[in-house]
Write a protein that binds this ligand. Structure first.
Ligand SMILES: C[S@@+](CC[C@H](N)C(=O)[O-])C[C@H]1O[C@@H](n2cnc3c(N)ncnc32)[C@H](O)[C@@H]1O
Length: 241
């Protein structure tokens, strides 16, 4: 089968998420899309990986999986025992990375984009035991924690940019029990003067008594469509009380 032809648009003025690319499919169809056109991107098998993982060299899923598994090992525990709620799960790239680091139990996914759950089932069958097509506010996170015995809330590239809000993650994290893990990546701007509500959330985690932040590391998240480097942080934390 002929490969897809992908052309990234070199338009440095476009904001992250508004960047465009053109894909020409083996059947001759041409579409101009943004990465954040998740409905259309997930509908085409292999397109998300070809653009985001390969061309833009997105490292967030692997960096998150490495940081979380190293933190769990540092705590003298077994990564295999984690039971993960993967927020903003998309078509399963993060869960696949975590599986590669030894997480054994099937994942619980969550993503409000209706095309995401079918794409995950198509591309990575069997990885999720349950997949919510919803935001964190639209489900009972406490109910999911109890039903699936969840011990980890994870999300790569899922915070900010109109995705998971501070309110959503703060409320969801509060539903996890003592000893649970939190692993997220977010733009470096979150820790800057314009960090807004998400920045305040990270500060509250660092200064509060109920969560220990055990890792906070800057890394190159991905390239923009015009080749500039975008930096993110990976944060790993543990509920202490
Ligand atoms: C940049 S993608 C990352 C996908 C996946 N985590 C990965 O790294 O491959 C962000 C995902 O977050 C989802 N999303 C958007 N708003 C959300 C929300 N409020 N709650 C959970 N997920 C959301 C999008 O539909 C999209 O699938």
């Amino acid at each position: 089968m002929a490969a897809m032809e992908i052309t990234l648009h070199d338009e440095p003025e476009r904001a992250q998420g508004d960047e465009r690319f053109t894909v020409e499919l083996p059947d001759g169809r041409r579409e101009q899309l943004r990465v954040h056109d998740y409905d259309k991107v997930y509908a085409i098998p292999g397109l998300y990986e070809a653009v985001v993982q390969e061309r833009l060299e997105c490292a967030s899923p692997q960096v998150l999986a490495d940081a979380l598994s190293a933190a769990v090992a540092d705590a003298g525990e077994d990564v295999a025992a984690l039971r993960v709620l993967d927020m903003g799960a998309g078509n399963g790239v993060v869960a696949e990375s975590l599986r590669g680091r030894g997480v054994r139990a099937p994942f619980v996914g969550l993503d409000p984009e209706p095309a995401a759950a079918p794409a995950a089932a198509r591309d990575r069958p069997g990885l999720y035991r349950h997949y919510f097509t919803a935001t964190l506010e639209e489900i009972s996170v406490a109910g999911a924690v109890a039903e699936y015995d969840l011990t980890c809330l994870a999300g790569a590239g899922a915070l900010g940019l109109g995705h998971v809000s501070r309110h959503q993650i703060e409320t969801a994290w509060s539903a996890f029990g003592v000893g649970s893990w939190l692993a997220v990546t977010f733009s470096e701007a979150v820790l800057g003067p314009e960090g807004g509500e998400l920045g305040a959330f990270v500060t509250a985690l660092q200064e509060g008594d109920d969560t220990d932040v055990v890792r906070l590391e800057r890394f190159r998240h991905r390239l923009t469509m015009s080749g500039e480097e975008l930096f993110y942080y990976v944060l790993v934390a543990r509920r202490a009380a």
